[in-house]
Design a protein. Structure first.
Length: 327
């Protein structure tokens, strides 16, 4: 018989437990593993817009790191390929426009603060943003839809204090996004936890099953000092939750893990999870997919279906930002 592991989780005076209550793309359409994603480094404050003059047009082209080498590409043309990789073109037009604004902002920030020595941005969705070649894309109608979303928002970016923001995004939140501080350790004013209800996502709930020996092997590889000698229901203690509903920290076999570390060690879809056990197996149920910071793509789709504009969507997920033309 399956047994839930009952642990008390406290965060922001909200009770949470680690059984079926403790609780970084689509379904088939979004191609990212982390959800779509997004910057994997902590957001940083940089200045890429003039401080004493109106914003000027950035470089007309950017250097994109492809698997076969570096290719120079016009910014708005590049963004069409990002939309094809990052969001299903079957999504609502306003959700696609929101994604176009977010991808443009993300790109401009990386053009002046790249993680790569030989280019501005790569096509690995786990590092920068995904990209698919519109010339070889299998659905010509989808390419046209992506172009329309990019064209409809041409030149629009999100700024905070005059600078393009670190416009992180992901696939599905499970009901609420996470603040940047809970994931990367640094507070970012515009990356706060917000509600993201009614996401019709294939990642609403997922369950991974481990034999007890498999679970022990994974944990002991990361923390050899962990004591997993007792019954499995005693392994988990001192669970703390974030404002966004994820696991901030927990103890496993007496060893403390950050929720993000535990997620990485076990390859979980998110830090919103619950645990239950039988005599031979351990079950971890997750909600959402990705790091859950910034814009939820399925949340954007849910808002668009209810009539929200792309302007409404981006201002919901990025607090206190300004939507403006960079040229």
């Amino acid at each position: 018989m399956k047994r839930a592991i009952l642990l008390t989780v406290s965060a922001m005076a909200v009770g949470l437990c680690l059984p079926l209550c403790m609780m970084d793309r689509p379904a088939p359409a979004i191609q990212q593993t982390e959800t779509t994603t997004v910057s994997t480094m902590p957001p940083q404050t940089i200045s890429i817009l003039p401080e004493t003059a109106p914003p000027t047009e950035p470089a007309a082209t950017l250097k994109v790191l492809m698997p076969e080498g570096v290719e120079e590409m016009e910014l708005e043309t590049y963004l069409v390929g990002v939309l094809l990789a990052e969001m299903p073109t079957t999504f609502q037009p306003e959700a696609l426009k929101a994604q176009a604004v977010v991808a443009r902002t993300f790109t401009l920030r990386h053009m002046t603060h790249s993680k790569h020595d030989n280019g501005d941005i790569c096509t690995d969705s786990n590092c920068c943003q995904g990209w698919k070649d519109p010339q070889t894309y299998e659905d010509p109608e989808g390419v046209q839809i992506a172009r329309q979303a990019v064209q409809a928002t041409k030149g629009e970016v999100l700024t905070y204090g005059g600078d393009p923001i670190d416009a992180t995004f992901f696939s599905a939140s499970g009901g609420r996004t996470e603040a940047a501080v809970a994931v990367w350790g640094g507070d970012v004013p515009y990356l706060q936890s917000v509600e993201s209800p009614e996401e019709d996502s294939p990642y609403e709930e997922d369950q991974q099953v481990y034999s007890l020996e498999e679970f022990k092997k994974l944990i002991l590889a990361a923390a050899p000092e962990a004591d997993l000698s007792g019954p499995p229901e005693t392994w988990f203690q001192k669970v703390e939750a974030t404002e966004g509903g994820g696991v901030e920290s927990l103890q496993v076999g007496g060893v403390s893990f950050a929720g993000t570390t535990f997620r990485r060690v076990l390859g979980l879809r998110s830090t919103v999870f619950s645990v239950s056990v039988t005599d031979t197996e351990l079950f971890i149920t997750t909600k959402g997919f990705g790091h859950r910071v910034g814009m939820s793509q399925y949340g954007a789709e849910a808002m668009a279906q209810k009539g929200s504009s792309y302007q409404d969507i981006v201002h919901h997920y990025y607090q206190g930002v300004t939507l403006e033309q960079y040229r």
